[in-house]
Design a protein around this ligand. Structure first.
Ligand code: PLP
Length: 390
């Protein structure tokens, strides 16, 4: 292979897009009275709920804390089983462990890479309390099927939509149809507040529990107080956490939210360029796209037909790094992580996810890329695949 890399500078797989008005919005808060527990948080929550099309949005210090809050509000506790996918970030299952529950991993569909409803059904027991489906890469999961299963078995559905802000399922925005939905505001996600997470819900009881959970379990709400010693009085009614988002972060979130449709549109444009280039490459399977859904394209994953190549996934990955392409792998299946192995989850329980893991590489995709960047990625992938073609 020619030694000179396609790119001179490193291109990361994901990166935040921060513009002058975002910076200005943060500066305004820094000059104001409230750095936290002020009006910017409520403003952002209202705007976010409106965007998703839902009654309530509750911000958290990060998406993982938000998932923890959702598991608490859902009443998940010791002895409860929660079905999720292994093809996700560890947080989707860790939130169940935080509450003393047991994550159960259902294998994925081989073409969508999302949790397969058939496999969910097979794993339901008397102990099953909830399902945490993940819209992997931004491609919506089969929500109708999952909601039907949940209804039949009286289960709560908490969507992990960390990848799916701006995605739609049969015309509805992701985040508007399940009991609760989590979004992450980490810098590689669609919009960012530095760190941050949000739960959307239409359920007032969940909403109130979430608000209280993210602030130590403390309330000052007269309707909830069991006693009242005077104007200073508050009650801590259960063990919560300090999981609050600051006003500094909320202001950044509000400013970023205005740009979400533009960001997703740019991602789609680059996806079209990738699809067009890679559908000509027989050694690569391009990502799935359902006809009645739109992906928000958090990640673009190429699946390698390794039997047609003379190199391993690792060798191809390293060759792309040498071209200065910031490749990644999403994800190591959660049940294979050492902690989960120690808990007794065995290799082999989700064979489709395990096989997929061996074959995938995530290539750069974010709205701040230029078309030249996209073309560099295409040139690098093509160069490496051509070199290792059998
Ligand atoms: C990013 C992410 C999370 C966690 O979000 P944080 O804000 O980083 O805590 C959870 N699930 C998935 C699938 C994610 O990608």
């Amino acid at each position: 292979m020619e030694n000179k890399p396609v790119r001179e500078s490193y291109l990361p797989y994901g990166r935040q897009t921060i513009e002058d008005d975002d910076i200005q919005a943060v500066v305004e808060v820094l000059k104001g009275d409230y750095l936290t527990t002020g009006p910017a948080v409520q403003k952002f929550e209202k705007e976010f709920a409106e965007y998703v099309g839902v009654k309530y949005a509750v911000t958290f210090s990060n998406g993982t804390a938000a998932l923890h809050g959702a598991c608490f509000a859902a009443g998940i506790g010791e002895g409860d089983e929660v079905i999720t996918t292994p093809m996700t970030f560890a947080a989707s299952a860790n939130c169940v462990l935080y509450q003393g529950g047991t994550p159960v991993f259902a294998d994925i569909d081989n073409s969508t890479y999302n949790i397969d409803p058939k496999n969910i059904e097979e794993l339901i027991t008397e102990k099953t309390k909830a399902i945490i489906p993940v819209h992997f890469t931004g491609q919506p999961v089969a929500l109708d099927e999952i909601h039907a299963i949940a209804k039949e078995h009286n289960l709560i559905v908490i969507e992990d939509a960390a990848h799916a802000l701006g995605a739609t399922y049969k015309g509805s925005k992701i985040g508007s149809t399940s009991d609760m939905t989590m979004f992450s505001l980490h810098p590689v996600k669609h919009i960012t507040s530095g760190e941050g997470g949000i739960i959307t819900t239409n359920n007032k009881i969940y909403y109130e529990k979430l608000i209280q959970f993210r602030s130590h379990g403390i309330t000052r709400d007269n309707d909830k107080l069991m006693d009242n010693h005077g104007p200073w009085y508050y009650e801590m009614q259960f063990l919560g956490y300090n999981y609050r988002l600051t006003d500094i972060q909320a202001a950044l979130g509000s400013s970023q939210l205005k740009k979400i449709d533009r960001f997703v549109e740019t991602r789609r444009k680059y996806v079209d360029m990738y699809n067009k280039a890679f559908q000509e490459v027989p050694e690569i399977t391009i990502p799935f796209q359902a006809d009645d859904c739109t992906s928000s394209w958090h990640l673009y994953i190429i699946r390698l037909h390794l039997e047609q190549l003379t190199a391993t996934r690792k060798e191809i990955f390293e060759a792309l790094l040498r071209e200065n392409i910031g490749v990644n792998v999403h994800y190591i299946p959660v049940h294979l992580l050492p902690y989960y192995q120690q808990l007794g989850y065995e290799k082999g329980i989700c064979p489709i996810a395990e096989e997929l893991y061996e074959q995938i590489i995530t290539i750069p995709l974010f709205p701040g890329m230029t078309e030249d960047d996209v073309n560099d990625v295409i040139a690098s992938v093509t160069k490496v695949i051509n070199h290792y073609r059998k």
